[in-house]
Structure formats: structure tokens, C-alpha cells
Design a protein around this ligand. Sequence first.
Ligand SMILES: [Zn+2]
Ligand SMILES: [Zn+2]
Length: 308
Amino acid sequence: MFVNCMDLPSADLLSRFDECFKFVDNALKSPGNRLLIHCFAGVSRSATVMIAYLMYRDGMCLDEAYGTVKEMRPIIKPNPGFMEQLELFEQMESKIDESNPMYKTYKLQVMAERIQAGEELSESDLCSTDIQTNNESFYRCMKCRQALFKTTSVMRHKMGEGEAAFDWRSKLPANQKEGFVSQTIDSTDCDKSLFIEPVRWMADSIRDMEGKLNCPKCKLKLGSFIWYGEKCPCGTWVAPAFHIQGSKVDLIKPRPLANVHQLTFSNGGQSDSRVVKTGQSDSSVLKMAQTDSSVVKSESNQLSCMSI
Ligand SMILES: [Zn+2]
Ligand SMILES: [Zn+2]
């Protein structure tokens, strides 16, 4: 198994943790099996995966996992970006929680950096718009009633916090400021504008750095986007900004269960299938390979190897 990841603070290793864990779990399934994790210098990338794995498997906090790995290999030093990702991982109780507002903000910023670096997004990078009938509230086009996004896709921010409001790093304990991007509305949340995370129907229109957002069905102009960000009227800098005009959409709230069937309507039959992006090549790759080789001394069993 190979995972592309540069040893840069801006590189996203966090969203690859789950697949790494799955590989490691699998590799260590039989007692006696060994696992070798390495990267170019064995300092930053491999250490990050190792620390995260101990947090996930043994429930260690970040400090404890870091200390454990450092004891075994004193030269480890995850780069500052990876340390922040580990802190966010700890905030999520050592599991990747796609619905966590801080994780959503993190992913959005990773996406913005990728776009600004000239990469293309695939549909699987974007949030699904499939509207379930199970009591989820959502927004629809005021003109044609096309379901557009769930309320969970709304990116809230605090009134007038400036750039920090949309920087997930500022929400970590070490940088704690008042408030955080939340799913629950509180009195300091800005209600001047509606910003959302990018969703699948936008896939074709958000390849540029900025542009309009039109309803996928009736083409009504709903708002605009700009990857670099824009300033909300409350003073907060929102980046990236997917700005929907509140007057162009209707909020549909869940109804009592007995009436749920009334909520059912077509969303164009979109499916939520995930397409894994492949074919990237990079000289600096995180490699996870499971082999039968006996390079590492092992009594008998399988050796698994992860190289980064
Ligand atoms: Zn429409
Ligand atoms: Zn605002």
C-alpha cells in the first residue's frame, strides 16, 4: 500500500490515518507478525502515523503516545503541521469524525490549498447532497425546490473574529480562542451570511478560483464562491468562501415522523459512491507494503512494511 504524502507542514496526513490504521491492524492480526514503519529519515511522517496509531489503538493521549514513540526512537520530530493534525485527532477522541466541525474546516482548508496549487478536485472530495428522509434538515432552491445542501454543510463562524474564525488551527487547545466553528447555533454565531462547504453538484463549477454558484436544476443564481476567501459583512474573513444568498433558498426542517414521507422527493438519483483518486505519482510517498520478505528478523511470521 502506498500513500502519497510530502513531509511538509501543509501536507494532509490526517485524512489518511484510517487507511493506515486498517493496514496496521490487518498486518498485526496474527500474533508474532511484525510491522516496519519507515519514511526517508524516520523522523516526521512515519513517527506521525505511529503516534496516531497508538492513540487510536491504545487510547493514549497525544503526549503519552508521543513520549512512547520518542522513547523508542529519540530522533522523532513530526513537523509542526503534523503535530497540529495530531492535536486535532486528539480533539476528535482519536478517531476521524467526518461530521466534526473542526475536521470539516480542516478538510476545507486542505482542499483550498490543493486548488490553489492547481490540483483538480474529484466529486468524491466534495460533500454528498443526498437528502435522507431521516429527519435531517436541508436547504432547497426557492424556485425549483431542488435539494441543495444539508444544514450540516453550513459553516458557521463567530461574529467579527477576523481570519481566525475560519482557521481550524486557532481552535486547538494550544491556540484556544473564544468559540469555534459549531453546528449548534449560539448567540455569538454570525447570522449575516450563509457560508457552506462545497457539495457535489458544484463539482464542475468550482474548478476556477472564483465564480458563481447556480442551482444545478433551474440555474437560478444562488451565490458565489472564492477559494481565497471573502469578508463577511460582520468583519470575519471567510476562506474559502462558498456564499449562498439566504433569499434564494428555503430551509426545510424535519417534520414529525408520521409525516416524514411528505419530505421524500427526487434529488436526481445522485449516489454517494466514493471514487478513490489514484494515479498520483510523487517522489515522496508514504508507502505501506505488506510483504512476505524476511528483511527484519522475525521468528516465523509475516513482515509488514510501511515506508514513507
Ligand atoms: Zn432551482
Ligand atoms: Zn459573519
